[in-house]
Design a protein around this ligand. Structure first.
Ligand SMILES: [Zn+2]
Length: 351
């Protein structure tokens, strides 16, 4: 059976729970691999899927989820279902630094002595994103000026900018990079650097079980945001597309994502994700061709938005402006030329 995206869910229970906005049950998704839903107390996404890799020497966790008492309780009761406790956790691997993934890693290190593993690039992103400058409204004001945001829209944007750091700037015990292999007593995981969502995002491949742990790089129905934590000089869209191409060898693997539900059909999903973003890029490229040199604000208001430009406020307005900037940068990057041309040719042919 396929769902409405043409993908094949491997867990109907996870899919049904996601649609009903309730927590699914703890579920075995592969030999010695269990998916544990960990609630996210803040925000619009209800839970993270944390993966418990059970081994002779204990439990190795991929993406422990949010650092809050109720989230850690859910993790503990999830482990209890498989006769394990938080004390059994040996390793915590995070796909990226966002609080719904890396969140509880440092707490587990401090309380049960777990070894924390994530990418060295992501550590640099984490340090940057938790530094005082990241919360300096003067820096954001300069950004709003550069984007050409009219004065009467600054207050709502500054209000949405004023948010606390949700994750501790605690680095990894073991900083990994592309190609590294983690030997976890019966679970052999290969690290694949997949920059785009964040600069240091990683996916993990288990070739023996034919699994791809995809974090937020690939989700079955949500279109992950791009460039939510990048180092200076990055082109997150170009990186994101390259990182999707890179996964082609695993198109037959089962994808175990950070949210929603496990699925098969990675090739189809990769194509959907690339097509989704390129539609916006080509729309912006057309605007740039007819009217170059405008501000991000001027381009953003002329693009098509699902919720309509007029309804865009606060954080959503910020997000729209940031996306517009990313697509403008990508459209004008020589690295993007071939991909944009191919996408246009393909769309012209379909018409
Ligand atoms: Zn996430």
């Amino acid at each position: 059976m396929t769902d409405d995206t043409g993908l094949v869910p491997v867990s109907r229970a996870q899919l049904a729970a996601w649609d009903a906005r309730v927590q699914p049950a703890v579920e075995q998704v592969a030999p010695d691999v269990w998916a544990i839903p960990v609630p996210i107390p803040a925000g619009t996404i209800p839970h993270t899927l944390s993966y418990a890799l059970v081994a002779d020497d204990g439990v190795h966790l991929i993406d422990p989820g949010w650092d809050a008492p109720e989230s850690l309780d859910a993790l503990a009761s999830g482990l209890a279902v498989i006769d394990r406790t938080l004390d059994d956790v040996r390793t915590v691997i995070a796909t990226h630094f966002h609080p719904d993934h890396l969140g509880a890693a440092d707490a587990l290190r401090r309380t049960v002595g777990a070894r924390v593993v994530f990418s060295g690039v992501e550590d640099a992103v984490l340090q940057q994103e938790t530094a005082p400058e990241a919360y300096d409204s003067a820096v954001y004001r300069a950004q709003l000026r550069e984007w050409g945001v009219p004065a009467d829209r600054w207050d709502e944007l500054l209000a949405s900018f004023d948010r606390p750091a949700l994750v501790a700037p605690a680095g990894p015990d073991d900083a990994v990079a592309d190609g590294d292999v983690l030997e976890l007593s019966g679970h052999r995981l290969r690290v694949i650097a997949t920059p785009g969502h964040t600069d240091g995002h990683i996916c993990l491949v288990d070739d023996e079980r034919r699994l791809l742990y995809s974090g937020d790089h690939v989700l079955p129905r949500i279109f992950p945001g791009v460039g939510i934590g990048v180092l200076p000089g990055a082109d997150p869209l170009a990186d994101y597309f390259d990182s999707l191409d890179l996964l082609a060898p695993y198109d037959e693997h089962t994808v175990l994502p950070g949210h929603e539900y496990g699925f098969r059909g990675l090739g189809a999903r990769r194509a959907q994700l690339i097509g989704h973003h390129l539609r916006r890029t080509t729309e912006l490229a057309a605007l740039l061709e007819e009217d170059a040199g405008r501000t991000v604000w001027e381009y953003a208001r002329r693009l098509t938005w699902t919720a309509g430009w007029e309804g865009m406020t606060g954080f959503w307005l910020h997000s729209a402006l940031r996306q517009t900037e990313l697509h403008r940068d990508y459209a004008t990057n020589p690295r993007s030329r071939a991909r944009i041309d191919a996408h246009r040719a393909e769309r012209a042919q379909r018409r």
